[in-house]
Design a protein. Structure first.
Length: 180
């Protein structure tokens, strides 16, 4: 457990997922997943980081954002052939959108963001960090470099919802840990 609602897991099949909880999961195949178990509907918002494009579901992406139904089907999915400085905030905003953060109460959003930011920092300090795929390492590097070098949050929107205030709060939580 990293926070009350976020955990780092070494095997996705080895734990029971709780509603409104997040998980950073190392898989044996080299995939690294960030999962948020939504409450209503009972779906998972996910960011999948792959060690190669061939491991992705579309065979073209090193990173995919998706919403997975309880039956395991992807209801919606957006793939990224590369993780770059120009698309890292799009990846974050799509994940936040898929988590339905725009519909959540402020205290739920704060709890989510605090746990998410602390968890991605802790996973980079974990004993399993060598198992992280390059796509996640690049994702994290761009976010950390951006938060260190830029005084304000980026202007990001997705599906006609402006995520700027949520991204700004996320950046603030990331900046609180200077050791990451």
């Amino acid at each position: 457990m990293v926070t009350a609602n976020w955990s780092i897991i070494s095997n996705e099949g080895s734990f029971d997922k709780k509603e409104e909880s997040g998980y950073l999961v190392f898989s044996k195949d080299g995939t690294f997943s960030i999962i948020y178990n939504k409450k209503d509907p009972k779906e998972e918002a996910r960011i999948e980081f792959y060690s190669s494009k061939e491991k992705s579901t579309d065979k073209k992406s090193v990173c995919e954002c998706k919403v997975t139904t309880p039956s395991g089907e992807d209801r919606v999915k957006k793939g990224f052939p590369d993780v770059t400085a120009s698309n890292v905030w799009e990846i974050v905003s799509i994940f936040f959108d898929f988590c339905d953060l725009e519909k959540a109460q402020k205290n739920e959003v704060d709890k989510f963001l605090m746990g998410f930011s602390k968890s991605i920092q802790e996973v980079n300090k974990s004993e399993d960090k060598d198992q992280l795929p390059a796509s996640f390492k690049v994702f994290y590097k761009y976010i950390k470099d951006w938060t260190k070098n830029t005084p304000k949050a980026p202007s990001v929107s997705h599906d006609s919802y402006n995520f700027e205030s949520i991204i700004k709060k996320f950046v603030e939580y990331l900046k609180t840990d200077k050791s990451a």
